[in-house]
Write a protein that binds this ligand. Sequence first.
Ligand code: ACO
Length: 395
Amino acid sequence: MSVTKGLDGVLVTESRLSRVDGLAGELTIGGFPLEELAPNATYEEALFLLWEDRLPTGSELSALQTELAALRQLPGPTLEILRAAAAKSLPPMDALRMGADTLTLADPDPADSSPVANQGRAKAIVARVATIVAAYWRLLNGKPVVGPRPDLHHAANYLYMLRGTEAEADEVRGLDTYINSVIDHGMNNSTFTARVIISTGSDMISAVVGAIGSLKGPLHGGAPGPALDMVFELRKRAAASGKSLEAEAEAYVRQTVDAGGRIMGFGHRVYKVRDPRADVLGAAAEKLFKKAGDIQLNKDARAVEQVVLRVLEELKPGRGLKTNVEFYTALVLHGLGFETGLFTPTFAVGRVGGWTAQVLEQIAEAHLIRPGSGYRGELNRKWVPMEQRSGNRKR
Ligand code: ACO
């Protein structure tokens, strides 16, 4: 049997939730091209689409908004854990993982695995993950927690809980576009993790907690912060050296790749052409960038992007290393005034909708995920008593 490392190109299931065409650079979510869905839908509409496989009517949408709004409050012990995490300045993804784990405390009946209970659980998890991230961000920054506002829809409420003031309509639109863009994306690592966990007959909260752990890694959801930090660092270097930003970018890419490193925000396991989310998010970012400094940052980021693409093609020809979602995520979230530490947790605020829908699909599929592995160890070893063992062991 041959081994497919990383399950590269292996299909493990069929899903109606999203389709990623890595060669054409197309993403379909619930039947809609990304470009059609992300800039038009509210996050609640995208959630309804994933959960119910159709767009909601007006009354169904307001019912879902009301239901989610009623589920936003956190149990007391969740807030206590977040306070303890903030006292140790833990990274936000660690605090989110710890906080999400405690949501079992708010579950009306954790032992109930009926479809109705799981649909309710999906809503509660989506509603409360946003509250955990916002509450923790404020605690981490020494600010009092701002409770959720039931009259605001999901994206508007997330911005409100982070800032303590209501956001402008175009900012809410920008955030909706971002969280819709990342809501689901085929069998990515965190989604697979969630499906692996639920496939054992475990519970949805365990599956989401595992997915958060997966998303945290820099090869998955942890890249947007470092991608923007790279642009800031290159601007600093250009200012100090008097060289152009492009020259500094070129030197940086060459040095990093020569040393075996990777340029954050570039390359993708599936996309070998430009990630379609990059353009949707690039357009959303431009609408948010109104201040002169931000307009310049946008220009600089695009200049750096062009250099990275050119030099990666030269140094790694044929690998198809193109701009991925993380690079433009960084610009949109910067346009919303977010600091880099909030980027990956906000990715989770969007992706959690997809995790819950994928978990519901896996429950319906009812098939344990259990791949095999080839064995390359020794066979038929003979037991050696302790006094006869030499210290010269082969590893
Ligand atoms: N910079 C430099 N070289 C790269 C990069 C990069 N960003 N990405 C891949 N390569 C090179 C590898 O070194 C390798 O070179 P080699 O053939 O000489 O050994 C070749 O391209 C193929 O790389 P793989 O690791 O086999 O490709 P894979 O499909 O496994 O990697 C990944 C995908 C992990 C995303 C990778 O491109 C990467 O590390 N990118 C940077 C981190 C990043 O932006 N992550 C976010 C991904 S998007 C998301 O998950 C939401």
